[in-house]
Design a protein around this ligand. Structure first.
Ligand code: AMP
Length: 190
């Protein structure tokens, strides 16, 4: 089983790359952002709770997010491996993921970051906001708040995974297919 954490700032291209990598490596793609948006669209209790955080660009509380992620993994007992996209985003989530995967007799194989400059990413998100319908992509203040959340709570995960010897980074700027190649060469050498 290989399990990959796809890491990067909002707009870095995690979702886009996950679509290619899940096919290539036969992984189940779990995006916590997508699961939240699905619940918001369907007006579930979880969706209504998450909406109050997501629309402001704040992170949803760890316990809610982790329970949702665990349910999503458990809903795929036949999976050959998972591609985690947008999770973990805090040290507490990373610890919870490690403990959970250990309890399943597996582990996070590698964390791979897509790196890109903030200014490019903010422009990319504003552009995406014109068509995505996402409230959190449409306003520069909300986008900046998502970056602040990233810098305060998510960036420390790089050291967490470096200490485990599991952190890899690739340049996230370029043609989509080139970036898929860069990610693939990391995975193929694991
Ligand atoms: P994303 O689609 O990954 O950009 O996620 C959209 C929003 O969903 C984020 O800005 C957060 O509000 C929320 N979210 C997604 N994943 C997480 C997570 N792992 N922890 C907390 N909040 C999350």
């Amino acid at each position: 089983m290989i399990n990959i954490v796809l890491f990067g700032k909002p707009g870095a291209g995690k979702g886009t790359q996950a679509e290619f990598l899940k096919e290539k490596y036969n992984l189940v793609h779990l995006s916590t952002g997508d699961i939240f948006r699905f619940n918001m669209k369907n007006g579930t209790e979880l969706g209504n709770l998450a909406k109050s955080y997501i629309d402001k660009g704040d992170l949803v509380p760890d316990e809610v997010t982790t329970n949702m992620l665990i349910d999503a993994v458990n809903a795929n007992p036949e999976a050959k491996g998972f591609l985690f996209d947008g999770y973990p985003r805090t040290i507490s989530q990373a610890e919870a993921l490690d403990a959970f995967l250990t309890s399943k007799g597996t582990e996070n194989t590698a964390t791979i970051a897509l790196e890109a400059d903030d200014n490019i990413l903010v422009a990319r998100l504003l552009e995406r906001g014109k068509t995505s319908g996402r409230v959190d992509d449409q306003d520069e203040d909300k986008i900046r708040n998502r970056y602040q959340e990233y810098n305060e709570k998510t960036a420390p995960l790089m050291d967490y995974y470096k200490k485990q010897g599991k952190f890899h980074a690739v340049d996230g700027i370029g043609e989509i297919s080139e970036i898929t190649e860069r990610l693939s060469s990391v995975i193929d050498n694991l």
